[in-house]
Write a protein that binds this ligand. Structure first.
Ligand code: UDX
Length: 437
């Protein structure tokens, strides 16, 4: 099939490459010229495992191209809308200007029989609004809301082998003509047995925000337990192991630490609360305010613990932060808890050095006043305290014996609870985890 993908960020670039991998003829469209020139040269504008290789592989087939020219959407049967919906400046709601602009600029190139497929995470009610606009101008064009659940760091495999497909269509019916068309697009994962659920437009929009809210709640729940563990001398990692063995709870997303960040969970729960307020249902989501507050408290707690570890105040102390990305296997620093903690420590007078295998360039753009060092050994040299804030494998594998000689004082705060306390203590380190005795 001929496909256009509008918006080539973390979601769209991966989607375009994966659709070409599935055998379709794909054009990726974005207003950002720098991004398009990278993608056209089969280079990924961001770090995502497997994406660069996939881009080279599919571009050789001639099935994938990138452009800034929206007119190239003309002739495609299916138009995927993959633009961002960031948090509005100074407000909790989602900024819908990119979605609205994408739909408006696509309009002149739509033809009867085309399908517009929304993948962006949007406030519930958006799809109905866009469907009315499309109906008024192009009665022969259908809209499907088909949310995307990919995780950064696993985006290629999550797109090619998703847990489920969700199709939102106007009448919520399996017989809607758009269902068969989208089935053709996803024929290969569907043949592998991926479940597919058809529902109405608002339910499909809500599936995404509800899923992300649940995940955020699960993380904040275990971080709230970490606060109790700290107060009572218990160990949150053992607690999570034990409660996670109950199938109804499950061990995944019960990793206590410095909390969630990134371009999705924090802004999605805030936009969800804002939308609930607009719908007169804000009471239903007041618990998400607490989820957000618990999450932000973890950052402050790390600053307090670092001060405690320093003994006599933060002023002039050399702190090395291991990890800048919001999670490993990504160079994304949007709402990164690691960088937020690094910036708070610096504000309070510490001399902060940040290192990360992939995210330093992005980090320096957002926080130009922090000091960045690429080499881990160089970054930790003469540190008074080490903070492990993003659990890259190479930080998990650090040898406490070797590292001890290069720091000024062997003190480590394990913000992700991934180091073995016994091993680090045996090597002579003062070890602190979060929610661990
Ligand atoms: C998330 C959803 O998982 C994905 O389905 C959706 O499509 C987009 O948002 P992503 O933002 O890539 O994906 O990251 P995710 O793996 O969910 O992690 C989010 C944050 O939570 C990270 O900062 C991570 O470090 C943190 N986290 C995750 C925890 O602190 N503890 C956990 O147990 C799990």
């Amino acid at each position: 099939m001929r496909i256009s993908v509008i918006g080539c960020g973390y979601l769209g670039a991966v989607h375009a490459a994966c659709m070409a991998k599935l055998g379709h003829e794909v054009v990726g469209i974005d207003v950002d010229e720098a991004k398009i020139s990278e993608l056209s040269a089969a280079r990924s504008p961001f770090y995502e495992p497997g994406l660069a290789e996939l881009l080279s592989e599919v571009q050789e087939t001639g099935r994938l191209s990138f452009t800034t020219n929206m007119a190239s959407a003309s002739g495609s049967d299916i138009h995927f809308v993959c633009v961002g919906t960031p948090q509005k400046k100074g407000e909790n709601g989602a900024d819908m200007s990119y979605v609205d602009a994408a739909i408006q600029s696509l309009f002149p190139y739509l033809a009867p029989g085309d399908l517009v497929v929304g993948k962006s995470t949007v406030p519930v009610g958006t799809a109905d609004r866009i469907a009315s606009l499309i109906n008024a101008a192009h009665p022969g064009v259908h809209l499907v809301w088909n949310p995307e659940f990919l995780r950064e760091g696993h985006a290629v495999s999550d797109t090619l082998h998703p847990d489920r497909f969700v199709y939102g269509v106007a009448d919520g019916s399996e017989d809607h003509p758009a269902v068969a068309t989208l089935d053709e697009v996803y024929a290969s994962p569907l043949a592998e047995g991926t479940p597919r659920l058809v529902m109405d437009l608002p339910t499909a929009e809500l599936v995404k925000t509800a899923a992300n809210s649940f995940l955020a709640t699960k993380i904040s729940f275990i971080n709230a337990m970490a606060e109790l563990c700290e107060a009572s001398g218990a160990d949150v990692t053992r607690l999570a192991d034990a409660i996670g063995m109950d199938d109804r709870i499950g061990r995944k997303f019960l990793h206590a630490g410095i909390g969630f960040g990134g371009g999705c969970l924090p802004k999605d729960i805030r936009a969800f609360m804002a939308r609930a307020g607009e719908l007169g249902a804000d009471q239903a989501l007041t618990f998400l305010r607490e989820v957000d507050a618990i999450n932000m408290r973890r950052r402050t707690r790390v600053v307090e613990l670092t001060r405690e570890l320093c003994g006599d105040g933060l002023l002039g102390k050399r702190i090395t932060v291991l990890g800048a990305a919001f999670k490993p296997e990504s160079d994304d620093v949007r709402d990164s808890p690691a960088l937020s903690i690094a910036a708070q420590l610096q504000l309070q007078g510490a001399v902060v050095t940040v290192t990360d295998p992939k995210a330093l360039e992005n980090a320096a753009r957002r926080f130009p006043d922090l000091q960045y060092v690429e080499d881990t050994e160089e970054a930790v040299a003469n540190a008074d305290v080490l903070l492990l804030l993003t659990e890259w494998q190479e930080y998990r594998d650090l040898d406490p014996h070797m590292l001890k000689d290069s720091v000024s004082r062997p003190r480590v705060l394990d913000g992700r609870n991934v180091l073995d306390p016994a091993k680090w203590r045996a090597a002579g380190w003062h070890y602190r985890g979060l929610g661990r005795p």
